[in-house]
Structure formats: structure tokens, C-alpha cells
Ligand binder design. Structure first.
Ligand SMILES: Cc1cc2nc3c(=O)[nH]c(=O)nc-3n(C[C@H](O)[C@H](O)[C@H](O)COP(=O)(O)OP(=O)(O)OC[C@H]3O[C@@H](n4cnc5c(N)ncnc54)[C@H](O)[C@@H]3O)c2cc1C
Ligand code: SF4
Length: 349
């Protein structure tokens, strides 16, 4: 079993971890709770990814095929780990399908849960058909047609509200979800590309299109696609008499109240800790940090570690993360796992 690594979760991070385990000549057993591999980008039907601009189904699809075609990877779909016994170098996992897996190390790549906009009722989700989340809007973009769900009309104006379920202490979400500013600037461009007659407004507190994304997404969205960025505090989304939506709040640059009609309002939802994390903490015996994400070990010398020896982690398990960084961390976690197993075998021999 010291030649096997158990990878839990098959999103970008887990798929990367598994591929790097087998590249080093070890075996990987992947346990994924859903019926399909690929994680959030596939399960939620993301459109074109930032920053690559590639369709999620193609880019992440390549990662899925690489793992599914790898003879040294065993995949269990629609399965969870219900119990983990043993210690680093010698774990036994009991799966929900009744099988047992022996593995020398474990990589937790169980990711995050999308914020549920129902928890922000004053912004109209669940009340009005034309209030959507970014994942729903991405699915609309992927379908190639931009239309109001309520009656199929082409929207004249779409509002994207940033930081929904992030940076909001009132509802216990104190973190920035890192990628939603960039995703929203990109989404605005995609909407305009499909529906040139639609104007897109982005309501923001701050814009965090970090690193090279500033130029590629923020400025490009404004200058080439005429997206309008409005610095505002949104109070509520209500219905107007003519069946449109009213976004009410304060323009915080000119300090004036604003009430603007829109046809579609999009919530740029954030990344919550995986709702399974209390169960994952119990089953795998790893700690959670104060918000409920997986607790990181000391990072400088125990990179990808958790609070339990022999159990590693990567990607959005640790907190909001981008796909590119989740993939890099998955590769690092897979490499750490096999390096530590190699050292154990050498020590024993
Ligand atoms: C609306 C939106 C759009 C985004 N678009 C982009 C983008 O364009 N570019 C970008 O860089 N980032 C984007 N992101 C962020 C992106 O979703 C994450 O970076 C990425 O999904 C993290 O990958 P992961 O593998 O760590 O986690 P996940 O994608 O969450 O994968 C985790 C996997 O683990 C499985 N799992 C969970 N719990 C268990 C369990 N108990 N047992 C077994 N399996 C389990 C899940 O089913 C899932 O398959 C976006 C985020 C949001 C909210
Ligand atoms: S990335 Fe932007 S939209 Fe997302 S939480 Fe941070 S500031 Fe808000």
C-alpha cells in the first residue's frame, strides 16, 4: 500500500494530484462523491475559463480524460470515504460502497461549496425569476443565447452585483473569494459578445482583478466591451411596475442614492467552505480553520500539509482559490505525498 495514494475529490486540484502521483510511478485511487469528474467547473457548467479563455468542458475535460485513461488510477464515482484507520504510510479507508482501500498517504481535494444566494434574500434571488447567479449566467452563455428567464426577451441591461456571499460580515463571510471580480469582468464581455444590444453594469465595492488580470479583464471589459463599473453599496433588488428589476443603493463615489432598472440581475457568488467539511474533519481527523476551511499546516516547511501526518491538501479546500493555483497545489500535494512515502520506504529498508 506504500505505493498508493488515496485522492479524495476529483476537481482541478484532485485530478492534478492523481496525475502527478502516477507520473512518479505510484498508484492513485480517486474517490469522488459525484457521478462525474471535474469538480465545480464541470458540475456547475462554467463557460469560458479565466484566464485561458478556453471552454471549461474542454480544458477540464482534458484533465478528466488524462486520469480516466491512466492505468495506474482507480476511480470510485458517487462514493465517499466513511472511515479512515491507520497512520502515515499505512492507512485503510472504508468507502461508502463497502470497499476498502489501502494507501500510504491521502490527498484531500474536496474543494468548496458555492454560496447559496438564498442567504441574501434582499437581493431578490429566489423571489424574481430574472435574478440569477454567476453559475446560472455562465450556463446561459454556454447555451449561446442571452434571454430573460421570465419571458425570453433579450435584456437591454444586465447588472452584475459583486461580493455576494463574500466580504460580508453580517452573514459570516469575511473572506474575499478572489476570482469573482475577474470572472464577472469576463462574463460581461461574453454577454456583450453574444448579445451586442445588451449593456452590462458591474456594481462593486472594490475591484480585485489581481496581477495580470487587471489589464486582460478589467480594462479590456471597460474599453473594448463598454462594461460600466459603478462603485456602490446595494441595498435591495425589487420589481418595478413594468416587470423589470430595480437595483437600489448608493453610488459611493458621488454619495447619491441610485435606483436603476434592469432586465437581469446576476449575483457574483462567492466560495464557501465545503459543506461536508465537518464530516471530512471527523472522518480524516484533520482540523478546520476558523471559517470552516481545512486547516493548513505550517506552510514554509510542510507545504500542502494538514494537521494530520500523511494527509495532504490542495486547492479550494484551504480557502477560495483559482483553478490555475488549485492545479499547481494539486501537483505539489501529489508530489509531497509520494516524496514522503519514498522516504518512509527508504527508512524502513
Ligand atoms: C461562479 C464561479 C466561477 C468561477 N470561474 C473560474 C474561472 O473561470 N477561473 C478560475 O481560475 N477559477 C474560477 N472559479 C474558481 C474555481 O471554481 C475553483 O478554483 C476550482 O473549482 C477549485 O478546484 P478544486 O479542485 O479545489 O475544488 P472543486 O472544483 O470544488 O472540486 C472538488 C471536488 O471534490 C468533490 N467532493 C467534495 N466533497 C467530497 C467528499 N466528501 N467526498 C468525495 N468527493 C468530494 C466534489 O464533488 C468536487 O468534484 C470560479 C468560481 C465560481 C464560484
Ligand atoms: S474577488 Fe471581487 S467580487 Fe469576489 S469577493 Fe473579492 S472583491 Fe468581491
Amino acid at each position: 500500500m506504500q505505493d498508493t495514494v488515496l485522492v479524495v475529490g476529483a476537481g482541478p486540484a484532485g485530478l492534478s494530484a492523481a496525475a502527478n502521483v502516477t507520473a512518479a510511478g505510484y498508484k492513485a485511487v480517486v474517490v469522488e462523491k459525484e457521478e462525474v469528474l471535474g469538480g465545480a467547473p464541470i458540475l456547475s457548467g462554467y463557460a469560458k475559463l479565466v484566464p485561458s479563455g478556453e471552454w471549461a468542458k474542454d480544458a477540464i475535460g482534458r484533465m478528466v480524460s488524462r486520469v480516466e485513461q491512466d492505468g495506474n488510477v482507480t476511480v470510485h464515482k458517487s462514493t465517499k470515504v466513511t472511515q479512515l484507520d491507520g497512520e502515515a504510510g499505512n492507512f485503510t479507508a472504508t468507502l461508502s460502497n463497502g470497499e476498502k482501500v489501502s494507501a500510504g498517504a491521502v490527498v484531500l481535494a474536496t474543494g468548496f461549496t458555492h454560496f447559496d444566494s438564498i442567504n441574501k434574500p434582499e437581493w431578490g434571488f429566489g423571489t424574481y425569476e430574472d435574478v440569477l447567479t454567476t453559475t446560472q449566467m455562465e450556463q446561459m452563455v454556454a447555451s449561446g443565447k442571452i434571454a430573460c428567464p421570465s419571458d425570453g426577451r433579450v435584456p437591454e441591461r444586465v447588472a452584475i452585483l459583486l461580493c455576494v456571499g463574500s466580504r460580508d460580515r453580517q452573514i459570516g463571510r469575511e473572506w474575499c473569494s478572489k476570482i469573482c471580480c475577474t470572472v464577472s469582468a469576463n462574463l460581461a464581455m461574453e454577454i456583450k459578445e453574444i448579445s451586442p444590444e445588451t449593456d452590462v453594469f458591474i456594481y462593486y465595492m472594490d475591484i480585485r482583478t489581481f496581477g495580470l488580470y487587471e489589464d486582460k479583464f478589467y480594462w479590456k471589459s471597460q474599453e473594448e466591451f463598454k462594461t460600466k463599473f459603478v462603485k456602490a453599496r446595494i441595498a435591495e433588488v425589487t420589481a418595478s411596475g413594468d416587470g423589470r428589476l430595480l437595483v437600489k443603493g448608493e453610488d459611493t463615489l458621488v454619495k447619491r442614492p441610485i435606483i436603476i432598472p434592469f432586465d437581469i440581475v446576476v449575483h457574483a457568488i462567492g466560495m464557501d467552505p465545503n459543506e461536508d467539511n465537518p464530516e471530512i474533519s471527523r472522518v480524516f481527523g484533520v482540523g478546520l480553520e476558523k471559517h470552516g476551511f481545512i486547516e493548513r499546516a505550517e506552510h514554509y516547511t510542510n507545504t500542502c500539509g494538514t494537521t494530520r501526518k500523511g494527509i495532504y491538501s490542495c486547492g479550494a479546500t484551504y480557502g477560495p482559490e483559482t483553478i490555475d493555483d488549485s492545479i499547481s497545489q494539486g501537483a505539489a500535494a501529489g508530489a509531497r505525498a509520494v516524496a514522503d512515502l519514498h522516504a518512509l520506504v527508504r527508512k524502513a529498508g
